[in-house]
Design a protein around this ligand. Structure first.
Ligand code: ADP
Length: 349
């Protein structure tokens, strides 16, 4: 086989480098030269002046040190032009000119869409699901999700030390885009008293009621975990109307935020303080957990094996704890499963 290539695309996720390392080791073992493409699909647009602007030869020596590093050594970036068929034709030509006969795409659903379109142009592609959001339904877990969950759990535990010390509730926002898995897992692992996610409609008054119940039973240090996408499923609430009379800096029509939710809960629950923390990008910045690294190792090996066998247009994932693959189109069409009974249980106790 001629060259194969690998790129990382979409948001960076811990474990992406481990997956690149695994692809490199397996390619080297099979004697297949590997080219890294820089900044997602941007590297395929032919904008660079020289080869090194967009590509890097990933021999073992180059990647041996990166497997444990968070972020992505190959860099990642949005590339909206790639949605244009003419741009993709050009990209496919560049891949052919480089004698690249297979591409491993590490990214989320958008990146997989790009990979499917490249397959249609005769470039064999394999997808590895790299995103902390766990928003790809065909797989039990995505690469980076376990690491991000552990960061969130550590953060909530650290916050709870202060919550306990000051008898003060706390609202913690975690990532996940429109998927609540990270919030649910964080709430479950930390025993948080309230959790809100994009998949379930919710009202501020219900959250206040639950928090009040906790206060009534003597728990003045409860944790409310909110998913970053939860505002979409919140019953509309006039932030200005509620907070303005308290002299808060807020203007008509302003959206809800985690900080404002804490401010509202403080007043609805009659607490001296309700504080808030947005966990933010630290969720992406840790070395991958053993679990993510193991998935990266297996996925990288499977991707190279599939390309070598001439199998293309497949998405790699985890099913019943085992690494597997399935057609990319079917994978992207898989229906989301929301664990409502867990959600209900977490909010009921
Ligand atoms: P993720 O892969 O994490 O879902 P994005 O949705 O930002 O992240 O997608 C990453 C990249 O994938 C985009 O910047 C674009 O280059 C490519 N992409 C996304 N959607 C499509 C599409 N429909 N067709 C072709 N390429 C796409």
């Amino acid at each position: 086989m001629s060259n194969i290539a690998v790129l990382t695309s979409g948001g960076d996720a811990p474990g992406m480098n481990a997956a690149v390392m695994s692809v490199a080791r397996n390619a080297a073992y099979l004697g297949m030269p590997l080219i890294g493409i820089k900044r997602g699909y941007n590297g395929l647009l032919g904008r660079g002046q020289k080869f090194e602007d967009d590509f890097i030869r990933l021999d073992l020596d180059t990647v041996l040190d990166i497997a444990d590093m968070p972020g992505t050594y190959l860099r990642t970036a949005r590339c909206d032009e790639f949605k244009d068929p003419a741009v993709r034709e050009k990209a496919a030509k560049i891949l052919r000119d480089l004698d690249i006969s297979g591409l491993v795409v590490i990214g989320g659903d958008g990146s997989f869409q790009g990979a499917m379109r490249l397959c249609e142009l005769g470039i064999p592609c394999i997808g590895i699901p790299g995103t902390i959001d766990n928003d790809l339904s065909y797989t039990e877990v995505t690469l980076g999700y376990d690491t991000a969950t552990n960061v969130c759990v550590d953060t909530v535990r650290a916050i709870r030390a202060t919550s306990r010390s000051h008898d003060r509730p706390h609202v913690v926002e975690v990532m996940g885009r429109n998927c609540g898995d990270l919030a649910l897992a964080t709430a479950e692992a930390t025993g948080a008293e309230v959790v809100v996610v994009p998949e379930a409609d919710w009202r501020i008054d219900d959250v206040a009621k639950r928090l009040n119940h906790q206060i009534e039973i003597g728990n003045t240090r409860a944790t409310v975990v909110v998913a970053e996408g939860c505002w979409a499923s919140m019953e509309p609430f006039d932030v200005y109307e509620f907070l303005h009379p308290y002299g808060k800096q807020v203007f008509p029509g302003e959206p809800m935020t985690t900080n404002r939710l804490a401010s509202i809960l403080k007043r609805k629950c009659g607490m001296a303080e309700v504080r808030s923390t947005v966990v933010g990008y630290t969720q992406r910045g840790c070395s991958p957990t053993a679990r993510d690294s193991m998935f990266a190792f297996e996925a990288g090996a499977m991707a190279v094996q599939l390309l070598r066998k001439g199998i293309s247009n497949q998405a790699i994932g985890v099913e019943n704890g085992h690494t597997f693959y399935m057609p990319m189109e079917k994978a992207l069409a898989a229906k989301r499963h929301f664990n409502r009974s867990l959600y209900n249980l977490l909010n009921a106790l």
